[in-house]
Design a protein around this ligand. Structure first.
Ligand code: SAH
Ligand code: F3S
Length: 482
């Protein structure tokens, strides 16, 4: 709930860098493995990409390590969504500089959105960087590493029309063995005025549904009990044989696989496999997606639906493609079709030209919807975006932060209300891990994505347990198995 954190998709994956521990011996390459230290910043999509990169490099004989002092190759998967995300990466690079001074043979690579944004310029700005690789070029990593071993710097930031890494089976790292991400599409065509993602991740393309279902089946067979389908705008998913979304013809659309179709296909893998997805978009979320959720017990009743702002005038400036009324219509549809659905959102305070009246409209919208949870940010101007080129970042920093604080305070109230409403009810919880506070307690989430903690009894990770919530603290329900 803090602002200025790199929070986008999944509450559990936000903020801090995620360092991926060593894979099991089975997943290691043969022979004397070189060691890869891989650190991920930003959204769940980045985390998922790191698992693809790990898979590519384990295939090359690397093994991963959480100890950066023993690394032969350091990769940092970067985020460019707000300026502070980039600042943090620069700080990390300064630390790696020391490492490289001690051992000049270490290779340092920058991947992800910041690599894509800055391209070869990165090599001049950060002299210790050897490799710059964009989100669509990870297959090229073995060649890039070879180039560096030959004494040169290496860059590949080509964006692709087809790449979805569909055939690469991600190495599940840092995993609890119960929940996993599956990337279902790449890029974004929406061009929200504030957002750098379309520039760093390229045009939208969907992954072959069959490969998604296969990945889900494989995870289930290995004991996983929840998958989260990932995309910048999952409602826009459309597969008609591959390639760019915008090139799919009207004729092809008639038989293409939609997101609602895909959800059902994954839900049918097993009733014991939970399905989540992120992120939805008010402009594309159709009722058929909601009916698919309502129809299958194992598709979780939880929708992350970023609104960004509460007034139609601001939404228009943001180029979000919907009005306040249309968003409220989508919320009403969710509440009608999935009565006990958890809903969360993203909000930006202080976007270009934001008036006090528009800010009040955001607060009143929040009052109307009463989200269970929200990620809230102060607007941060990003190079190349429509806003940077055509609009003025004119809300003073202190006003941005004051408004953001008001948004956060209101959301905290709503979140507390929502969690409290869960006390006295029975929740079906998928056990993910021990509670952070006690090895005697297990922790998991209910369908609505609220964390539930209860005494472990004879239960274990991966079990579905009905828990009667007896109290709550902060955002967590506490109870006992019934
Ligand atoms: N569709 C994506 C959105 C990625 S960005 C997804 O899957 O989550 C995540 C959130 O960051 C956005 O919803 C928006 O609220 C916020 N954001 C994006 N660009 C921003 C900027 N320039 N300044 C502040 N917040 C921003
Ligand atoms: Fe960014 Fe808007 Fe796409 S927020 S990721 S351009 S839906």
């Amino acid at each position: 709930m803090e602002f200025n954190e790199e929070k986008t998709i999944d509450e559990t994956r936000q903020g801090e860098a995620i360092v991926l521990p060593s894979p099991s011996p089975l997943e290691r390459g043969r022979g004397e493995a070189k060691k890869l230290f891989l650190e991920s910043y930003g959204c769940a999509m980045n985390f998922s990409d790191s698992e693809i990169v790990a898979s590519i490099l384990v295939g090359q004989g690397y093994s991963t390590t959480t100890d950066e002092t023993e690394a032969d190759l350091i990769l940092i998967n970067t985020c460019a969504i707000r300026e502070n995300a980039e600042t943090r990466v620069r700080q990390r690079l300064t630390e790696f500089k020391k490492r490289k001074k001690e051992n000049p043979s270490i290779i340092v690579g920058v991947m992800g959105c910041m690599a894509e944004r800055l391209k070869a310029k990165f090599l001049e700005e950060e002299k210790i960087v050897d490799i710059v690789v964009g989100p669509d070029a990870y297959r090229d990593l073995p060649k890039l590493i070879e180039t560096v071993e030959g004494g040169q710097k290496a860059v590949n930031v080509l964006l692709s029309r087809e790449e979805t890494y569909a055939d690469i089976s991600p190495v599940r790292l840092g995993s609890n063995g119960v929940t996993a991400f599956i990337s279902i599409m790449r890029g974004c065509d929406n061009m929200c005025a504030f957002c750098v993602v379309p520039f760093t991740r390229g045009r939208e393309r969907s992954r072959d549904p069959q490969s998604i279902v296969e990945e889900a089946k494989d995870l289930f067979a290995r004991g996983y009990r929840e998958v989260t389908l990932l995309g910048q705008n999952v409602d826009s998913y459309l597969y008609a044989g591959g390639g760019l979304k915008k090139e799919i013809t009207e004729e092809q659309k008639k038989t293409a696989t939609t997101f609602a179709n895909l959800l059902e296909m994954v839900a049918l893998v097993s009733p014991e496999l939970r399905v989540r997805f992120s992120t939805s978009n008010p402009q594309d979320m159709t009722d058929d997606v909601l009916y698919a959720i309502a129809k299958h017990e194992n598709i979780c009743n939880y929708i992350h639906l970023p609104v960004q702002a509460g007034s139609t005038s601001m939404l228009t400036r943001m180029n979000r493609g919907y009005t306040r009324e249309k968003y409220l219509d989508r919320i009403a549809a969710i509440k009608r079709i999935i009565p006990d659905c958890g809903i969360s959102t993203d909000i930006i305070s202080g976007f270009c030209g934001e008036t006090e009246e528009e800010h009040q409209a955001t607060l009143s919208l929040m009052q109307e919807v009463r989200n269970d949870f929200a990620y809230m940010f102060a607007y941060s101007e990003r190079p190349k975006t429509f806003a940077e080129k055509n609009m003025k970042d004119d809300v003073p920093e202190n006003i941005k932060l004051k408004r953001l604080q008001e948004v956060i305070d209101l959301q905290l109230k709503h979140s507390a209300e929502k969690v409290k409403a869960g006390v006295g009810k029975v929740h079906k919880v998928l056990v993910e891990q021990f509670s952070k506070k006690s090895q005697e307690m297990l922790s998991g989430r209910n369908s609505q994505n609220t964390v539930v903690v209860f005494p472990k009894g004879n239960f274990k990770k991966g079990d579905f347990v009905n828990v009667l919530a007896t109290k709550c603290t902060g955002g967590t329900l506490i109870g006992e198995a019934v």
